[in-house]
Design a protein around this ligand. Structure first.
Ligand code: NAG
Ligand code: NAG
Ligand code: NAG
Ligand code: NAG
Length: 215
């Protein structure tokens, strides 16, 4: 007989897995690239080309529907623009890792707009965003997602090529205080590993206890 505790633990695992798969997001690879996106840095005191200073400089993003990519515009309800880490700033940082499941994807962590209503009458859309102070030093690009009426991503566009190697830009902090944010992320990642380990210890412990009770 399996102990009641072990039985319960097992079902918690099974149920969590079912919940996880039921809430899986849209696959990025399934999205057509029908939006075109450009980004320009507006700097009051340019440091170097393609460098924006966090907390001071602005990014002007233009996006439009690329008519020659056969876009299914009738589905497009909203569009959201995000700032995303380029591969070079994701290396060895699990907390920025790309995932084809958009619910788990950590490439684009900074919202540059809310979900803005899409209008087919506007042929070219522009948003201006001041690079927030909490954006860490790194290499970035901009991506836009089109959402349908039920809030699922249905198309995208980005300011770089498919491999995310061209037209990238850098964000530099004005002060050096951004290291603390990276440290916080490392601590969070370590904490999740520790809690997983604790979970297995509890299960092992209750299995041992159950075996002990049988004797
Ligand atoms: C528009 O879409 C076509 C076909 O997919 C593609 O070849 C072209 O590069 C795109 N243009 C822009 C500006 O993204
Ligand atoms: C939209 O505006 C941007 C920035 O001015 C420009 O580079 C781009 O070519 C425009 N797109 C279209 C389709 O006119
Ligand atoms: C939105 O897209 C999702 C995923 O493709 C689909 O399941 C859903 O039915 C769509 N909703 C509408 C209103 O089209
Ligand atoms: C994109 O990346 C793939 C796989 O890493 C590579 O085979 C391909 O040559 C790259 N394409 C470009 C245009 O860099």
């Amino acid at each position: 007989m399996v102990s009641a505790r072990k039985f319960v633990l097992r079902y918690i695992v099974v149920i969590s897995c079912l919940v996880a798969s039921a809430t899986a997001g849209v696959q990025f690879s399934s999205l057509p690239r029908t939006l075109a996106v450009t980004v320009t840095i507006i700097s009051s005191a340019p440091m170097a080309p393609n460098v924006a200073m966090a907390g001071r400089d602005q990014l002007v993003v233009s996006w439009w529907v690329n008519e020659s990519s056969s876009p299914a515009v009738s589905e497009y309800k909203n569009v959201e623009v995000k700032l995303c880490f380029a591969p070079v700033s994701q290396v060895d940082r699990r907390w920025r890792k790309s995932n084809n499941d958009l619910k788990k994807d950590k490439t684009c962590q900074f919202d540059m707009s809310e979900q803005l209503p899409y209008s087919s009458n506007i042929k070219n859309n522009t948003i201006t965003w001041t690079v927030q102070r909490d954006v860490p030093k790194g290499t970035y690009f901009v991506r836009a997602y089109a959402f349908n009426a039920s809030g699922s991503e249905v198309a995208y566009g980005q300011s770089t090529n498919k491999n995310k190697t061209s037209d990238l830009f850098m964000v530099e902090p004005i002060s050096g205080r951004h290291a603390s944010l990276d440290i916080a992320s490392v601590v969070c990642a370590a904490f999740s590993v520790v809690s997983l380990f604790a979970f297995f210890l509890v299960e092992k412990w209750s299995a041992q206890k159950a075996a002990g009770q049988k004797k």
